[in-house]
Design a binder for this molecule. Structure first.
Ligand code: G6P
Length: 475
């Protein structure tokens, strides 16, 4: 079992890869979150005394470190005030909108920043405490951008990697951030800073040159103390085989048929699955669909749009406003266009396990993914992984990172409602041969680039980053 100072690989993320669930008999236990990240890292963590540091999602949770299914999990507590100021505030009402093209207006509050610094320090101190000498520490995402530098000051022996799961904004937008220099310096504590796309890595290097004044060349930053920092793209992916296997299972196949029959066996099922987030472009997507139905391109008798919106960040004001907007829009569309037993939109505000998601992907003829801005969008890749018959069409926003790899999707601009309508009509009317050609190419891409290869690539870069620190990960 891992003890203090003995972990050779430490993952630091805002959330632990487990949720606390209460069973029907009132007892409580941990349930592994469905994310691909944890399944990708599990093998390498097991063979390297790995530990995962994160928040349990509950206020003032003082749970001691524990082992869950062979993984060593180390909770970091957040108080109710810190949840408000660090998580809902600075992370999700300042950084999130700023990094997503200011789709919503970012709020800048000095108290939120103070909480961000305080909580980042707590994560850094925890990592410093449990990492073995010369260990590798991999810090994840926008909630923890100051951790690399704080950790480097505490433990200069470590190799530190950072990966940003969301977009990194253009220099003009990042410039709004009152604490822009501190954030850049925070990230520069890492040896490797990873982004979803190479454009984001370039934004970062340019900002470091402009705002911090360090020398840079291509993807390298040269610090005055002789250290170098590498900024690179590592497009994240999914557990492709796991999804395909699930999709092929008898129970998913049966469930997919049940779903279609529950929808009244329509000829055409369109599907959207998103966290209920204003970056996802749910509103224009549903408007496009409603216009297509109103114009007579599709009828509610033989087609339906299934929209799943997973509850998210419900105490943040912009998310509440969005929920009300979507509720109202769906109500109006169904009121105007639906018929008895045939709504235009089947809307669910809930989260589903992987099994049900796979069944929905199997049941859908067209998957519609229309974010205004998205770091990657794994739902698009999951849909592709589940379409093992090489059928099914993907309509995908060009502003999702995934559009870089899934070039054969029907690519759309979510700000252009007519363009979106045209793409949906084209996808619905496409010849089977055309659908197959596109899906085959996309499946090849997702098969050859899964989340395990993503994690390995990152860790290999990190291992190579400081050859003087010779410790290698065990495969
Ligand atoms: C995005 C972020 C993650 C975050 C997830 C869920 O994918 O990149 O860091 O964990 O959304 O959001 P939540 O606020 O519930 O953690």
């Amino acid at each position: 079992m891992t003890t203090q100072g003995s972990a050779d690989l430490v993952i630091v993320a805002n959330r632990l890869p487990v949720d606390r669930v209460t069973l029907s008999d009132g007892s409580r236990r941990w349930r592994r979150s469905p994310g691909g990240l944890v399944s990708a890292l599990e093998p390498v963590m097991r063979s390297n005394d790995g530990a995962w540091i994160g928040w349990t999602g509950v206020a003032d949770d003082e749970t001691d470190p524990f082992v869950d299914d062979g993984l060593w999990l180390v909770p970091v507590p957040l108080s109710a005030g810190e949840i408000e100021e660090f998580y809902e505030g600075f992370s999700n009402a300042t950084l999130w909108p700023l990094y997503h093209d200011v789709v919503a207006k970012p709020e800048f509050h000095r108290e939120w920043w103070d909480a961000y610094v305080r909580v980042n320090r707590r994560f850094a101190e925890k990592a410093a405490e449990i990492a073995a000498k010369d260990a590798m520490v991999w810090v994840h995402d926008y909630q923890l951008q100051l951790v690399p530098q704080m950790l480097r000051e505490l433990r200069p022996d470590l190799r530190i990697g950072f990966f940003l799961h969301i977009p990194f904004p253009p220099t003009e937008l990042f410039g709004q951030m009152p604490w822009r220099r501190q954030i850049l310096e925070g990230l520069l504590g890492a040896d490797v800073v990873g982004f979803q796309l190479s454009g984001a890595a370039q934004n970062f290097v340019r900002l470091v040159r402009q705002r911090v004044g360090h020398k840079t060349h291509r993807d390298m930053v040269y610090l005055p103390d002789g250290r170098t920092v590498q900024a690179m793209a590592f497009p994240i992916s999914i557990d492709t085989d796991g999804f395909e296997e699930l999709a092929r299972s008898e129970s998913v196949t049966e469930r997919a048929a049940q779903i279609r029959s529950a929808l009244g066996d329509p000829e055409l099922v369109l599907l959207g699955i998103d966290r209920l987030d204003y970056t996802k472009g749910i509103y224009p997507r549903l408007r496009a669909w409603s216009e297509l139905v109103a114009d007579g391109d599709f009828s509610v008798k033989d087609s339906v749009f299934v929209q799943v919106a997973t509850p998210s960040r419900e105490r943040v004001e912009q998310y509440r406003i969005l929920r009300d907007d979507i509720d109202r829009l769906v109500g109006r569309i169904n009121g105007d266009l639906g018929r008895l037993g045939s709504p235009a939109i089947a809307y669910m505000h809930s989260s589903f396990p992987r099994h049900e998601m796979a069944a929905l992907y199997r049941a859908a003829d067209i998957m519609v993914v229309t974010p205004f801005r998205d770091g990657m969008n794994l739902v698009a890749k999951e849909y592709v992984a589940c379409r093992y018959d090489n059928d099914g069409a993907l309509v995908l926003s060009e502003f999702a990172g995934a559009a870089n790899e899934l070039r054969q999707a029907w690519l759309i601009n979510p700000y252009d409602i007519n363009g979106m309508k045209d793409a949906i009509v084209e996808a619905a009317r496409a010849e089977p041969k055309e659908i197959t050609r596109r899906m085959k190419a996309m499946r090849k891409q997702v098969r050859e680039n899964d989340v395990a290869s993503w994690a390995n690539r990152f860790l290999e870069e990190l291992e190579a980053a400081r050859p003087s620190h010779s410790k290698k990960l065990r495969p």
